[in-house]
Write a protein that binds this ligand. Structure first.
Ligand code: GRF
Length: 208
């Protein structure tokens, strides 16, 4: 299959990019029929940008502006412009630590996906693995969901449970959740870009 007909994915991340790494491995192994056309970070020098550059993928830092939890208008337009210039058909959040607002959602309606380290709707927001430890649940996990205006509230596409062990620390639990994420995220993206997931309101239906 030639590159030109593969669906293009734009990635947004703020951290080390291990999920992005898993997506790349899945593409390289021929399992995920897509190409990453651009990687954008709100954190200068983020690992995810280095990883993109090491794979010759356009990597851009966009200064987020004055807000702590979201992008300012200028940053938002820069991101939308970069994604559009690079032909991104899907926007994949991989550890992106800011909420996306209206303009973003309007530019990519039903085309923005996120992975969250808990079984939503339990434990939305920050440090979900620590919230799970503190609460004392026996199972947590990870969730891939569409992005809407809320925080981790969009339609759920897939979930993978992970047991909480008696001797878990927040860090050990987070590590095991991440291992599940590296399998789940590429698998969901594969189904999504291949048109095997239909979304109706809060429900996502998979064609196997
Ligand atoms: C993951 O745990 C993901 O669930 C959350 O942010 C983390 C990103 O990690 N949204 P990485 O940058 O992909 O390693």
């Amino acid at each position: 299959m030639g590159d030109e007909i593969l669906p293009k994915i734009g990635i947004l991340g703020s951290g080390k990019g291990s999920n992005f790494g898993a997506i790349l491995r899945s593409i390289q192994s021929g399992d995920l029929p897509a190409q990453v056309s651009v990687v954008i970070s709100d954190v200068e020098g983020a690992g995810i940008l280095d990883l993109a550059a090491a794979h010759n993928i356009p990597a851009h830092f966009v200064a987020p502006g004055k807000f702590r939890a979201r992008l300012d208008e200028e940053a938002e337009s820069s991101c939308i412009r970069l994604l559009t210039e690079h032909g991104a058909q899907w926007v994949v959040l991989a550890g992106f630590m800011r909420v996306l607002k209206g303009a973003f959602l309007e530019a990519f309606p039903e085309r923005i996906v996120n992975i969250h380290p808990s079984l939503l709707p339990s434990f939305p927001g920050l440090r979900a693995w620590e919230q799970a430890c503190d609460y004392g649940v026996k199972y947590t996990g990870c969730t891939v969901h569409m992005v809407d205006r809320g925080i981790d509230t969009g339609t759920i596409l897939a979930q993978e449970p992970v047991p909480v062990l008696d001797n878990d620390t927040p860090d050990s639990l987070h590590q095991r959740i991440q291992q599940s994420e590296w399998i789940l995220y590429p698998a969901v993206l594969k189904a999504l870009v291949s048109g095997r997931i239909t979304i109706r309101g809060r429900n996502a239906f998979w064609k196997r």
